[in-house]
Design a protein around this ligand. Structure first.
Ligand code: ADP
Length: 406
């Protein structure tokens, strides 16, 4: 009996067995049975013509269907399928044919299977190597970017630190001169000047520490129950003087949900909103206004901070939440915390994002663009998840589930 006939004889048994085992083992891909039929047809064709290249198109189709993530994880699906097919063919042949016929058939099909394995393994390896190379390229680009931003950061940080140091230095020199000249030293004003410089230094160093904690996932949140309304009120009192100094107005609109009791880390959330308001003050001309409002969405409280300031270009909107995204403009960086366009080390928004993400929330910005003349304004949206149960057992014992009655 010619070998093609023998193949035809075992076809249905082979199809059933291979179909059953392989369709079970992996995600059943649509039309798997059809694919097996096609494989078997080509196998017969290859045997007839003694040319395994008939299998190429099918093998390539299969190899291409391996997802990137399969290969990323080192799952060589198609190599595995062919290997199993070889084992199952031997089994079917052994069960259904005489020894002689079995040997003849294996002699004809094993070289074709071996060829299939070679083609598929090469393709899968090549895809994996290409994937790894592209990952390495990406990592290298990222490292180069980080390297650039690191040196930019050093120059801005040095500049940021230098200004308050110069200020403190100046006061100290003035005091020294006055003492040497036997003049009375106006201690009050000197000390308050020095304290301002020290306060600014501390803020910059604290920001750097916060960024490093966020980067290393070390931000420890201390969840406590609060009402947004109370927190915003505290911020209003805290920032009253700053806002008055710039002749600006701060409107806080109560919104649905502002009285809701939720668990957050109040210190960190206040820091976030404070950063955003300080920016609004900084990038809004004298006499402008800042409005805080919000709403409740399913599972989330959204707080919005809108200013009538210079706005942010689309290009910058994409980078301001990145660490040091705004670097490279040493010209803008002065140590004026609330001075118009005062600049800063560019850490405020990345810290805000880090804190919100640690809460399971997020932040985004909306602005029609940057225009110092027409001042299109900017709105920051802060999304905070509504937690009515304490994430920590200690707090849960203290407060239990929050009662929303006012
Ligand atoms: P910094 O203020 O220290 O530069 P931030 O991370 O707080 O750093 O802000 C990053 C940048 O985003 C700012 O330098 C500024 O260009 C822009 N920005 C932030 N808030 C506003 C705003 N309300 N209006 C216009 N630009 C803003």
């Amino acid at each position: 009996m010619p070998i093609q006939k023998v193949l035809a004889k075992i076809r249905s048994t082979w199809m059933e067995l291979v179909g059953q085992e392989l369709a079970r083992g992996m995600d059943v891909r649509a039309g798997f049975e059809e694919q097996l039929e096609r494989f078997f047809d080509l196998l017969i064709q290859s045997v007839e013509s003694n040319d395994p290249a008939w299998m190429d198109s099918l093998l390539l189709d299969w190899a291409k269907s391996s997802t990137e993530s399969d290969l990323e994880e080192g799952l060589y699906q198609v190599t595995f399928i062919i290997n199993r097919m070889i084992a199952l063919t031997i089994h079917v042949v052994h069960e259904n044919l005489s020894k002689q016929k079995a040997l003849e058939l294996l002699e004809a099909v094993v070289p074709i299977y071996t060829y299939c394995l070679g083609v598929v393994a090469r393709y899968e390896m090549e895809t994996r190597v290409a994937h790894i190379s592209s990952e390495m390229e990406k990592a290298q680009k990222q490292m180069e970017r980080m390297d650039r931003s690191k040196s930019a950061f050093i120059s801005v940080a040095a500049h940021e630190l230098k200004t308050p140091i110069t200020l403190i230095d100046g006061y100290a020199a003035m005091m020294e001169d006055m003492i040497q000249e036997g003049k009375g030293v106006p201690l009050d004003s000197m000390l308050s000047g020095m304290q301002n410089g020290i306060k600014r230094l501390r803020t910059i160093v604290d920001d750097m520490l916060d960024v490093s904690m966020i980067d290393n996932d070390l931000l420890n949140l201390n969840f406590q129950p609060i009402q947004m309304e109370k927190m915003l009120d505290a911020l209003r009192i805290e920032l009253e003087e700053t806002i008055a100094a710039r002749n600006q107005t701060l409107n806080i609109e109560l919104f649905k949900g502002s009285k809701l009791w939720i668990y957050v880390d109040p210190v960190r959330i206040m820091q976030t909103i404070r950063n955003i308001i300080n920016n609004a003050v900084k990038y809004t001309p004298d006499g402008g206004s800042i409005t805080i409002s919000g709403r409740t969405l399913p599972g989330i409280i959204e707080v919005t901070v809108t200013d009538t300031g210079i706005g942010i270009s689309q290009e910058d909107q994409a980078v301001i939440f990145e660490k040091f995204g705004q670097l490279g403009r040493v010209d803008l960086h002065s140590s004026g915390k609330t001075k118009f366009k005062g600049g800063g080390p560019g850490l405020g928004l990345p810290i805000a994002r880090g804190i919100l993400e640690a809460h399971g929330g997020s932040i985004w910005v909306e602005s029609d663009g940057y225009d110092e003349k027409n001042c299109p304004g900017t709105t920051f949206h802060v999304l905070i998840p509504i937690r009515t149960e304490a994430p920590e057992t200690k707090m849960a014992k203290l407060f239990g589930e929050l009662d929303q009655k006012e």
